[in-house]
Design a protein around this ligand. Structure first.
Ligand code: BGP
Length: 476
């Protein structure tokens, strides 16, 4: 019978600012994501899913579903409201209680130290990740958290989605006005994060007995539009800059040469100081968290005038910041994959991509992986009898999980599946109009309602998947 191994971790994921709410309660101060979300036209993060007040109820539901693990993130500005200095006792108490509640219910906590939410105090002080001081301040915060929970937590996720932070740099960072025209900043921010995440890995190795550390990367396999040699070359270019650029750092301790030469030629490469690469090498990663939603497609850029103009504005960060049609002159150009289906939000639905990326990454680095995000954003409908028939989400997870299984059958090491998300959480770009959960949160985007939790069809489906360790995926 096809089943996942006994010790395979089953659960889901959320991040602090998208789940907790209580954005300025009990001593917490604002993070850059609290502030960024005030202006999207959608709901902000002030209440979100109200997890700060309802986490016990949510964890009870996780237990009912059969969870053995759960991924969440710490809010830096809940613990250190000013980013540095005094610890907020009520903030840390919240995480003490959250972690103990998970453990009491037999659920392994997998925290992420950083999920987009730099304390606003540090953005105001020196621009956040733009300044190298952020590396030391992050390290001090990480050291405090790792020390606090070193006896309770084995797997530590350092930084969420550096790839997405670079691609959507003005959305995932609060960038002061004067830097908006300078795309070098996004690679500099990323370099500082590389140092910070390496230091956090090293701290886990030093402080946690048998501790394991790694980043969670937002990863899309990149396909060439067709078999034309130029388009295949564009695929290699894009793989180098969008994927290897991050994974080579985590697992080889270096930047890929091709991508770096390209950035240098365009004068947008990060400044690297003496000793930086040693720090990065020392802070090696033990595993990779994979956040997979959709694959991407590229072609070699045409040299038409329009595209050159587009490319210039893209490099200056003014245009194309949603990344979907990103164009890097002389390197690659994203485009819609004519052979792939898309969801309501124009994201490719590509379950084969899951097997492809797991095998591809494993061939390159041979490291253990855990799926730290995977999910289907949709306009869910609550029926009058309080049900949500999200068969599209079940279908998405079913086909993606089967792909994980296929990769594992070929020897790829995957030790868990933590999809996005358990309860509905605030979408990074579409408030509560775009839902991902297996548990419905009764609120509208702008109206709070009673925030009641309602199990969707996907909850019952996932419960059965966990109970049968995946065997039910292959029935019918
Ligand atoms: C990932 C993020 C999550 C999550 C997810 C869905 O990139 O790590 O925080 O929100 O994407 O994205 P969205 O909410 O924009 O649909």
């Amino acid at each position: 019978m096809k089943v996942m191994p006994d010790n395979f971790l089953w659960g889901a994921s959320h991040s602090a600012y998208q789940y907790e709410g209580a954005a300025q309660e009990d001593g917490k101060k604002l993070s850059q994501m609290d502030v960024n979300n005030y202006n999207t036209g959608f709901s902000d993060a002030s209440v979100a899913s109200d997890g700060y007040h309802r986490f016990r109820e949510d964890i009870a539901l996780m237990k009912e579903c059969g969870f053995t693990a759960h991924r969440f993130s710490f809010s830096w500005s809940r613990v250190f409201p000013d980013g540095v200095g005094n610890v907020n006792p009520e903030g840390i108490q919240f995480y003490d209680e959250f972690i103990d509640e998970l453990l009491k219910n037999g659920i392994e906590p997998l925290p992420t130290l950083y999920h987009y939410d730099m304390p606003m105090a540090l953005v105001d002080k020196y621009g956040g990740w733009i300044d190298r001081q952020s590396v030391d301040d992050f390290t001090a915060y990480a050291k405090f958290m790792i020390n606090r929970y070193k006896d309770k937590i084995k797997h530590w996720i350092t930084v969420n989605e550096q790839s997405i932070i670079v691609e959507f740099w003005t959305k995932k960072n609060y960038i002061p006005e004067e830097y908006l025209q300078n795309p070098q900043i996004k690679y500099q921010i990323n370099h500082h994060m590389n140092l910070a995440q390496a230091k956090a890995c090293k701290l886990v190795h030093e402080l946690v007995k048998d501790g394991k550390a790694g980043a969670a990367i937002g990863y899309s396999p990149i396909y060439g539009l067709d078999s034309s040699p130029k388009n295949m070359l564009a695929m290699l270019n894009a793989e180098d800059l969008k994927n290897h650029f991050f994974l080579d750092i985590y697992f080889k301790g270096q930047y890929p040469k091709g991508a770096m030469s390209y950035l240098k030629e365009k004068n947008i490469a990060p400044t690297i100081l003496e000793g930086d690469m040693d720090v990065i090498k020392e802070g090696y990663s033990d595993f990779l968290g994979v956040n997979y939603y959709a694959s991407k497609c590229v072609k070699y850029p045409d040299e038409s005038l329009t595209e050159i103009i587009d490319a210039k504005s893209n490099l200056s960060g003014k245009k194309g910041d949603m990344g979907a049609y990103e164009l890097m002159p002389d390197f690659y150009q994203y485009l819609k994959n004519p052979r792939a289906e898309t969801n309501d939000w124009d994201w490719t639905v590509d379950p084969t991509g899951m097997e492809y990326l797991l095998r591809d990454i494993y061939q390159r680095y041979e490291i253990p992986m855990i799926i730290t995000e995977n999910g289907y954003g949709a306009h869910d409908v609550l029926t009058e009898d309080e049900r949500v028939h999200d068969d599209y989400r079940i279908d998405y997870w079913k086909t993606h999980l089967k792909s994980v299984y296929c990769a594992m059958e070929l020897g790829v090491e995957v030790f868990g599946f933590l999809p996005w998300s358990f309860v509905d959480v605030l979408s990074t770009s579409n408030g509560y109009n775009k839902r991902y959960g297996m548990v419905y949160v009764n609120r509208e985007d702008k109206e709070l309602l009673d925030l009641k939790r309602i199990k969707k069809d996907s909850f019952y489906w996932y419960q059965n998947v966990i109970k049968t360790r995946g065997a039910c995926l292959f029935e019918e």
